[in-house]
Design a protein around this ligand. Structure first.
Ligand code: PLP
Length: 248
């Protein structure tokens, strides 16, 4: 993985103010674990991306992770993102991963490369409208509520393919895959179920749908997620430490 080979850049930054030894350690450990999981369970030519999930984390710390090669950032909250984005290293790529209200799409449409959290048609239609208005096609993932939890967003597993098809018909949207946040402490069966849905939709070769990205796996379970087909793991706590305040 590219980020692993870049982890030695820290030697240069160690004399500066914004030096975070814990983050440096975590970067190396996560890289190592991802490489290991990949070697054990996946083909050598497959690409697995690691995202740094930034909620509650200060920009200096985020930029330090970017310098270690974690150049993909995941944002949860529009408001927080808007207050921090000007301070981000310009080499970072930003994707949106949090629950997104339809009326807030306008604030992120020109800054993020992918919206991972599309879970209803109204949201897809608003992304489509604003993408077309800005002369672009927005990449999205359809988020599935794989654990069927009342407190979580995401479309039900049964309705996922239908939403993929509806979103794919919108000219301002390109569906790139699926995303899930499995229940805390989920077993391998949940990742396996998600992988199964991903492969089934992929096999249908729906026009306008590429199914390249399966976004699943977080701090506590990213290796298991890789075992079960994840192509993008989203890491917060393990990279930056425990978050200081409650999540919205
Ligand atoms: C917070 C968050 C993560 C990261 O969770 P950790 O357990 O801290 O790694 C991943 N994905 C989403 C959608 C999140 O909101």
């Amino acid at each position: 993985m590219k980020m692993c080979s870049e982890a030695n850049r820290s030697a240069k930054t160690s004399a500066q103010d914004n030096y975070f030894p814990d983050v440096l350690e975590s970067c190396k450990e996560i890289c190592y674990n991802i490489e290991n999981a990949k070697a054990k369970w996946r083909k050598s030519d497959e690409v697995i991306r690691a995202m740094a999930v930034t909620k509650t984390v200060a920009p200096e710390k985020i930029n330090f992770a970017v310098a270690q090669g974690f150049t993909l950032l995941g944002e949860n909250r529009v408001q927080e993102y808007l207050s921090k984005k000007d301070f981000y290293d310009k080499s970072a790529e930003v994707q949106f991963i949090g629950h997104l209200q339809t009326n807030k799409v306008k604030y992120i449409i020109n800054d993020v490369t992918l919206i991972q959290s599309v879970d209803n048609l109204k949201l897809a239609q608003e992304i489509n409208r604003l993408a077309l208005k800005n002369n672009k096609v927005m990449d999205v993932l359809v988020e599935i509520n794989i654990g069927d939890e009342a407190t979580k967003s995401g479309v039900s597993a049964d309705m996922a393919e239908e939403l993929v098809r509806q979103a794919a018909e919108l000219p301002g949207i390109s569906v790139k895959g699926l995303m899930a946040i499995p229940p805390v402490g989920s077993g391998e069966d949940v990742f396996d179920k998600m992988h199964g849905i991903f492969l089934r939709v992929k096999e249908k070769s729906i026009p306008g749908v590429s199914m390249d990205i399966l976004s699943m796996g977080m701090s506590g379970d990213y290796e298991l997620a890789i075992k079960h087909g994840s192509t993008l793991v989203r890491i917060g706590t393990k990279l930056f430490g425990a978050r200081k305040y409650l999540e919205g």
